[in-house]
Ligand binder design. Structure first.
Ligand code: SAM
Length: 292
């Protein structure tokens, strides 16, 4: 018997079901284009982060139990929120290697570090999937809000796990559900109405449930525990919503729509905020912690 169900309407040379799922996910990723998306949102990232992920880094750092003298890898460090906090916690004697492939993100991160006189960070403008770092080199490896951005998630997870030294920890954080509720669904509904034929990329869905994240960790043979935490942040000014869109992965959809359609989506969302009296945003995140 074939290991995966096949669709008789497809030619026999067509890939089996599990490969079709992979192709759809990679297609979504190509439409998302993480490098250009995150490069474009760098200036709004920290602002948006206070609404939907500000507590993520604090929790990730607590789970990591970082101590002076440790070596830490922040894989896909973005604007360096966790990097900078880790660099402070490992002093004296410790170092952080921070890697990202979006120069705009890395520039902001390193500028913040110099303002804080943090000189124990090695900044690397590189693709995390091609990192050439020795095995067993780090006490803590972070991959925060970035795993969904790579095509082969188990391969990256296994590679990062290999860089954790015995006694160390790998911390992977992904978006959960709900995310930016109650405005996430109205945003995508309005976007689809504005551009019915457009594929609206939401690649974070690849790791958005505990089951999906577990499947990636299992495929990478990483023995991790997964927990989930949800937080609500006030949306004090309705105008803040669009700045949040501009500082998150939702911005890719706004860019693909183009200025006129994006303005229609923004107007529809402002109407939703008024009609439903939206005063806060609720987001959940998944935390995978593996001890070696
Ligand atoms: C949502 S941001 C998260 C940033 C940071 N880890 C945080 O928690 O704030 C995702 C980051 O991953 C980076 N990224 C995605 N794929 C990458 C890759 N293959 N190599 C290096 N960086 C990558 C992006 O450039 C972006 O800065």
């Amino acid at each position: 018997m074939a290991p995966y169900p096949t669709n008789p309407s497809l030619p026999s040379s067509y890939p089996p079901h599990h490969l079709i799922e992979v192709i759809v996910a990679v297609d979504d990723l190509l439409a998302f284009d993480p490098q250009s998306t995150y490069g474009a949102i760098a200036l709004d990232y920290d602002y948006a982060n206070t609404y939907c992920g500000g507590f993520v880094h604090q929790r990730a750092l607590e789970l990591a139990c970082i101590a002076p003298g440790m070596s830490v890898l922040d894989a896909a460090c973005g604007t360096g929120v966790a990097t900078l906090a880790a660099a402070e916690s490992v002093r004296p004697g410790g170092r952080v290697v921070a890697v990202d492939f979006a120069p705009e993100m890395l520039a902001l991160a390193s500028e913040k570090a110099s303002r804080r006189a943090l000189i124990n960070i090695d900044w690397r403008l590189e693709d995390v999937t091609a990192l050439d770092l020795p095995p067993d080199a780090f006490d803590v490896v972070f991959c925060l809000l970035a795993l969904f951005s790579v095509a082969d998630m188990p391969a990256l997870t296994a590679r990062l796990w290999g860089m954790v030294r015995p006694g160390g920890r790998l911390i992977v954080v992904t978006k959960g559900e709900p995310y930016l509720a109650p405005l996430y669904d109205p945003f995508y509904a309005a976007a689809q109405t504005a551009a019915p034929d457009l594929q609206l990329p939401q690649p974070w869905r690849r790791t958005q449930t505990p089951d999906r994240l577990r499947a990636v960790l299992d495929a990478a043979a990483v023995p991790a525990g997964i927990s989930q935490a949800t937080t609500t942040a006030p949306l004090s000014d309705p105008a803040d919503w669009w700045r949040i869109v501009r500082g998150t992965g939702l911005s890719r959809t706004a860019r693909l729509l183009g200025p006129e359609a994006a303005a229609r989506v923004e107007a529809a969302n402002l109407q939703t905020i008024a009609d439903q009296n939206v005063t806060d945003l609720t987001s959940s995140f998944l935390y995978a912690v593996a001890h070696k």
